[in-house]
Ligand binder design. Structure first.
Ligand code: N7H
Length: 441
């Protein structure tokens, strides 16, 4: 009984187009912006029902979200009661493992961003036309602060992030909305949507059906990551050097490049498994016959693997009742690795992931996964080390164990962060009725 016409489309299913553009803006004239929000922007906002129905899908989908300073600029005085949102991401920097803001894009160091418009289209040209028309219509009432354009990678890399791994496989199913694939978490509606069943925080009534949007610009050092794999192959009889390197990479993520989970395919990639939604997420880290995850065994998947750190599945007991799930959106940005970059093992032009996550509570969602799990070398127990992909120790070297299946207690010291945070911001993605009746009123 969710009102799918009223919930912005990116939150639960994602706009899923080949191109996506993030346009960050400030509000310079409140009265005019409110009028334009209602007359120009609201009619373009894509809701969830529209994305579900192929016949209704717009050529260019649009969503919009606001920061706390944006709500202030709109004279919306009610508190959403999420202190991380109210403070903004800059105030949270020391909890996220970033080495301060020295790597941050300067526009994120501050609280001047009032909102972000997300545009998505299979046609880059249509997306740009929509943006140009928006800019000209909003010209008198906003300031243009920043744009980041993302795109699916070319050819058979479509759907894969820049390190080469298939992404977007595992997102939770929202109760009452989606029926889960095998292995998918089912979460109460209120874990993702504010004011819905399972969200225990008191919210202003207009916030119902909205969600907090965490944005992070995460730079990826791809040639450096590839060199690390090439230099440190897992050595095991029967594996070539290349296969040993591929195995190390797969164990850092918890999945092979095809998406096949290492827990189900521990030695070699299995592209048929990776491509099969009935099987590629169907595991709990429990051995056959066990009812929860096995906290003594990482032979099939390291405890530190990115997907095990950020969703420990049965390791925290089954059924999976913890409140730390997020819905991930986002898209790769930046060009493909050039031959020169590959040859010199050095990134020359920035590329990475325009990371987006949705949750009803930032401290339980994104921040928890980053701080309490990925950056915590004692999670899931002492000796595990950092998440080798996104774990961060304020720039210090990171020790990781469990990556080498031929010596599970061996630790590896990572002297490079292959993912570098360029900062971001915390937003609220309101329902369409909140836009029309509260934010533009
Ligand atoms: Fe992660 N990667 O390519 O290495 N991620 N991630 N992530 N991530 C996942 O299962 C990646 C980041 C989660 O349900 C896959 O859909 C990269 C942040 C969660 O089993 C791959 C970056 C956070 C899951 C990557 C990045 C998370 C997940 C496998 C940054 C939260 C699902 C595809 C540049 C704080 C776990 C899939 C589950 C999966 C990669 C960032 C969280 C390939 C490169 C910041 C919850």
């Amino acid at each position: 009984n969710l009102d799918l016409d009223n919930i912005q489309g990116d939150i639960m299913i994602g706009m899923r187009k080949k191109n996506e553009l993030f346009f960050f803006f400030g509000i310079s004239n409140t009265t005019h912006f409110k009028a334009k929000l209602k007359s120009t922007i609201l009619p373009l906002v894509t809701n969830t029902a529209q994305l579900l129905d192929v016949a209704q899908q717009p050529q260019t989908a649009l969503n919009i979200a606001f920061t706390q300073t944006g709500l202030n600029a709109l004279n919306v005085r009610d508190s959403l009661n999420d202190s991380l949102f109210s403070g903004g991401q800059l105030q949270d920097v020391n909890n996220l493992g970033d080495p301060g803001t020295k790597n941050w894009v300067p526009v994120f160091v501050g609280t001047n961003i009032h909102g972000v418009i997300l545009l998505a289209s299979d046609s880059e040209r249509n997306m740009e036309i929509t943006l140009a028309s928006l800019k000209s219509q909003l010209g008198g009432c906003i300031t243009e602060i920043y744009e980041l354009q993302g795109a699916a990678r070319p050819g058979n890399q479509e759907g894969h992030e820049h390190f080469g791994y298939l992404d977007g496989i595992s997102n939770p199913a929202v109760e009452g909305f989606q029926s889960p694939h095998p292995g998918q978490a089912i979460v109460p509606t209120g874990e993702i949507l504010v004011g819905e069943n399972g969200d225990s925080v008191s919210r202003p009534p207009w916030a119902k059906g909205g969600s907090f949007l965490v944005f992070r610009q995460l730079k990826q050092l791809v040639p450096e990551f590839n060199k690390f794999l090439a230099d440190n192959p897992i050595r095991r009889q029967g594996l070539t050097q290349q296969e040993g390197s591929d195995l190390l990479g797969a164990r850092m993520i918890g999945r092979w490049k095809s998406g096949a989970p290492v827990f189900l395919a521990p030695w070699k990639d299995d592209p048929a498994l990776g491509a099969d939604p009935q099987r590629n997420n169907d595991f709990t880290y429990a051995a056959p016959g066990q009812i929860s995850g096995n906290l003594t065994d990482q032979s099939r998947c390291p405890f530190s693997a990115h997907i095990r750190k950020t969703r420990p599945r049965g390791d925290l007991g089954l059924p999976e009742k913890n409140s730390h799930h997020i819905v991930r959106g986002g898209i790769p940005y930046g060009p493909e690795v050039t031959p020169l970059e590959a040859f010199t093992h050095t990134t020359k032009t920035e590329r990475g992931l325009a990371f987006v996550s949705y949750q009803s509570n930032i401290a339980n969602g994104f921040q928890f996964l980053q701080q309490k799990w990925a950056d915590n070398n004692k999670f899931i127990h002492a000796g595990v080390g950092f998440d080798p992909i996104i774990g961060s120790a304020q720039g210090a070297h990171r020790v990781v164990t469990g990556l080498d299946p031929t010596g599970l207690s061996r630790s590896i010291t990572l002297t490079t962060d292959f993912v570098v945070s360029r900062g971001g911001e915390y937003f609220f993605s309101p329902s369409l009725s909140a836009i029309s009746d509260t934010l533009s009123a």
